[in-house]
Structure formats: structure tokens, C-alpha cells
Ligand binder design. Sequence first.
Ligand SMILES: Cc1cc2nc3c(=O)[nH]c(=O)nc-3n(C[C@H](O)[C@H](O)[C@H](O)COP(=O)(O)O)c2cc1C
Length: 195
Amino acid sequence: MLLFVNCCISQRETESRTLKICRAFLDRYAQSHPEEEIAVEDLRERGIPNFDRNLLDERDLLMQKERFEEPIYDMARRFHDADRILVGAPYWDLLFPAELRAYIEHVSANGLCYHYEPDGCHGDCRAKKLVYITSGGGFEEKPCVPAEYWRQLCTIFGIPEFDYVFAEGVDVSPEMEEQSMRQAIQKAEELTVEM
Ligand SMILES: Cc1cc2nc3c(=O)[nH]c(=O)nc-3n(C[C@H](O)[C@H](O)[C@H](O)COP(=O)(O)O)c2cc1C
């Protein structure tokens, strides 16, 4: 199962550039993997609860009892079980929308998606690859902060392969947008081959 984490929150709604690149990826992926299920985690209007002290206590208690079937672990369970993961989110303030950060807090579930041993953290997610897709108004900075962030999360979660697509400069000019989107869509489609 491929899990698409859709955080393409956009004033352009369905015309979101980020979503357009994700769609190109998913269409090509569906063509080349017709037998595979594609599940969607839609974060665009979700209102994911942020963790405060009480919610953390509640989750820790469930973790100690290994009650990972409880609703608080729903997103983490789906993330853990996915064979491949696509995450799409626009480039906001050098990172991405807050809703995706809230999602990451939920999937960073100790005892389910990773665990600790004396030598450190070990990832337990099933996915063999995660691809991150974004689009930004300006040019890509190196290192690309959201891509590095996801690369390190993949290490924690035990996901061995990571790649990303950054459509840069899409607010610079219509010409730049067109060229950048074309390149981003091409790279996204190519990535489905190695997925
Ligand atoms: C709240 C917000 C924050 C943004 N922050 C940045 C930024 O830090 N750097 C940048 O290059 N573009 C930034 N942009 C521009 C978007 O990255 C760009 O327009 C992007 O293509 C939006 O994707 P979408 O078409 O999927 O909505 C920001 C846009 C918004 C709405």
C-alpha cells in the first residue's frame, strides 16, 4: 500500500502547484503499479490536535500497555503499515504548514514507529521509501530545510530510502513557474520507477 499524506493546503485549492506534482506522481505510480492500493491521509481540513501535557500523558499510558489500536494511534498505525509513502506540502516559511508538523508529532510514536535500545533509536516503520514533494515561491536553498528534516525523520523511522522534489521559483515569473513545474513533474514521474 502506498500512503499519500496530502498536506497541500493552498489558496489555489485544487490548482495547488504542489498538489499538481503529487497528482502527476500518483497517476504515473498507479499506471506502473495497477495492483497496488493507494491510501490517502488528507490533512487539508483535519485540525489535528497538538500534543499538550495531558495528551502526552494519555498517549504514554497507552504506549506502556501497548494499546496501539486506540484512536490516538490511527495516523501512526497507517504510517507504520505503509509500504511506500508520498508526502506533499507547500514550502512555507522555510518548512511547511503547521498541520504537517502536528501530523509528524502523531506519527512519531515511540513503541510503534520507532523504539529505543541501549545503543540508541531504532526505526520500526515498514516503508522502504518516502518521497517528499514541495513547491516554493523562491529559489531552493541548500541544504533544503524540509527535505533535510524528512531525511532525518526517515532515519528515525527506519525508512531506508528517501528522495524529494522541489519546484523552485514558482512565484518569480510565469516563465519560471512553467519551467520549474515541468522539471518537477518529470522528476516526480521518474521517481515512481524506483519506488
Ligand atoms: C504562508 C506562506 C508562506 C510561504 N513561505 C515561503 C517561503 O518561506 N519561501 C518561499 O520561497 N516561498 C514561500 N511561500 C510561497 C509558496 O511556497 C509558493 O507560492 C508555493 O508554490 C505554494 O504552493 P501551492 O501552489 O501548492 O499553494 C509561502 C506561501 C505562503 C502562503
